[in-house]
Structures are given as structure tokens and as C-alpha cells.
Design a protein. Sequence first.
Length: 135
Amino acid sequence: MPITYERDDVRRRIIVTAAGAVAREEMLAIVDRQAREGTWRYGMLYDSRRLTSSGTPADVRVGLEHVATVSRTYGERGPVAFVTTMPGAYDMIRLYSTLAGQRHQAVEVFRDVGDADRWLALHTQPEPAPESSPQ
């Protein structure tokens, strides 16, 4: 199952494109990579339009708990946008989005990449200004 991971430091954005079937462990590894690379506050766009399977409610729960665990170390995660056209996947991501919102996480699901991109642009925080040195 090919997954591409593109990091755009100028836009503070990570774009993950997945095709075929994705294992739960692969999705969790993406979360870990985002934290490990110091991009936890970046906007994340998951382009899932070429996936051939949708997750399960158990996958949703495991994903939420994993993000919560990582957030205890790295703070609040940046916004996450999922794009899918598969009805079953849309429903699972909508469930994830609803439950994530209850935990104050910004997660949305879209059918169109342009809509997801615009939403991320509105919700991704700019890079913090450098601290000035004491005089």
C-alpha cells in the first residue's frame, strides 16, 4: 500500500496521499512521524480518495487515543483534513471528526481537496514569531 508524505514548511502543511488498503499501524506511524519531525502544529491533509477500504469504529477509537497520548507530550495538534469520496470511509471519518471535536481537536472530512485546502489555510496557525533576546 503506497503512502506518500509531503512536508511543506512554508505553508506549515503536511500532505499524506494513500492508495489501496491502509493498515491501522500505518496511520498511527504517520501521527508519530508528524510529532517526531516537530510539525505537530502543522495542518495535515490526508488525501484518501484512492483508498480501497474504510476504517472501523475500533480504528477510530485507537486513532483518537493515540493522538491524545502524543498530544500529552507535544501539545495541541494542528488541524487535520481528510478527503474521501468513499461513503463508508466518509462515515468513519465523520465519526472521528465528531469525537475529536469533543476533545477540542480540529478535524474535518471533505469530498473535495480544494475545500479541504481552504479549510486548512483558515485553521492552521502561522509560525510563531521568534522571541527577542533580552536587552
